[in-house]
Ligand binder design. Structure first.
Ligand code: XMP
Length: 319
């Protein structure tokens, strides 16, 4: 792709000019954006870059392993793997307000990056895979009065006291362009085609208090849902699909006994940039199959519902 080849060259020059001989830390989230940013920056400045993968315990099933193996085996880019589940889940205990959860997670990421920067003798820069829609939505929704809808942890959620300057080479791009750039940089197709996954991870798919137990329940339901989507050949037709674990218990019946367990909501949308979205129109048979499997296979869930809200007025994530 000519445009992306040009973009790649220009950005590499810009990154070199911005950071000079300084050290850069790049946080990998498991998503496409941070991976593309990391590979681009690595091409620009080589071992001045240290990639940090913070496992906050809020990843999906198998995700941490996939990210680590992509970077270590495919790219041979050194990766610091920080196990921070206790730190994140400990701090999330008792938090129920969506913005409080987001702010805590954003701040804790920075704490971890700063601690890692210290270990390598200091880093002047923090790199992130911020995209154009992240920038706009964190500031204002449709260019109207400035209202924060959600403080994306990689934009508005950063604490002001942070002592590293930001390197954000994807700030002008939309998602489809980042995918083109990823292909241009040689990222595997399966990775480039992954659905977006938010930095705060499963924490914003568990309304109310986040606990390890609830993360484990959600991971199981979500992996069944995604497995069925892949089996049905629908993965690439959907912008984003995921399960949400609701803080609501309802009564059900299993065999001859009463159950009293959580509700799981399924979300799937089509979109081109994440700024507006339409509900994905599954056939009823598909939803029935997924609901049956989740209720049968996931202890703690006894009811499954489908979210029929487009964006706007709904957002894609529930928090
Ligand atoms: P919403 O829920 O605002 O999401 O309609 C729009 C897109 O952004 C993703 N998202 C995030 N991505 N950090 C991210 O990197 C965040 O804090 C964040 N919050 C939402 C969301 O998954 C969707 O693709």
């Amino acid at each position: 792709d000519w445009t992306m080849a040009e973009f790649r060259k220009t950005k590499i020059e810009e990154i070199r000019a911005q950071v000079g001989g300084g050290r850069v830390i790049c946080g990998l989230s498991g998503g496409v954006d941070s991976a593309v940013a990391a590979v681009l920056i690595h091409e620009a400045i080589g071992d001045q870059l240290t990639c940090v993968f913070v496992d906050h315990g809020l990843m999906r099933m198998g995700e941490a392993e996939q990210v680590v193996s992509l970077f270590k085996n495919h790219y041979n880019i050194p990766l610091v793997h920080v196990e921070a589940e206790e730190l994140f889940l400990g701090g999330l205990a008792g938090l129920t307000d969506p913005e409080a959860k987001r702010k805590f997670i954003g701040k804790t990421f920075i704490d971890v990056f700063e601690a890692e920067a210290k270990k390598i003798g200091g880093a002047a820069f923090l790199a992130q895979g911020t995209l154009y829609p992240d920038v706009i939505e964190s500031v204002s929704f449709t260019g109207g009065p400035s209202v924060t809808i959600k403080s994306h942890h990689n934009v508005g959620g950063l604490p002001e006291r942070m002592n590293m300057a930001l390197v954000e080479p994807l700030r002008e791009l939309f998602k489809d362009e980042v995918r083109d750039l990823g292909r241009e940089l040689g990222l595997p197709d399966a990775f480039v085609g992954r659905h977006p996954f938010p930095g705060p991870g499963l924490a914003i798919r568990i309304p109310g208090e986040v606990t390890k137990e609830r993360c484990d329940i959600l991971r199981k339901a979500d992996s069944i849902y995604l497995e069925e989507i892949r089996n049905a050949g629908l993965y690439d037709a959907i912008w984003q699909a995921f399960a949400v674990l609701l803080p609501v218990k309802t009564v059900g019946v299993m065999g001859d006994s009463r159950t009293y367990d959580s509700v799981c909501a399924l979300r799937a949308v089509t979109s081109t940039d994440g700024m507006t979205a339409d509900v994905f129109p599954y056939d009823a048979g598909f939803l029935t199959r997924v609901a049956t499997r989740i209720v049968n296979e996931v202890k703690g869930i006894n009811r499954v519902v489908y979210d029929y809200t487009s964006k706007p007025p709904g957002t894609i994530e529930w928090e």
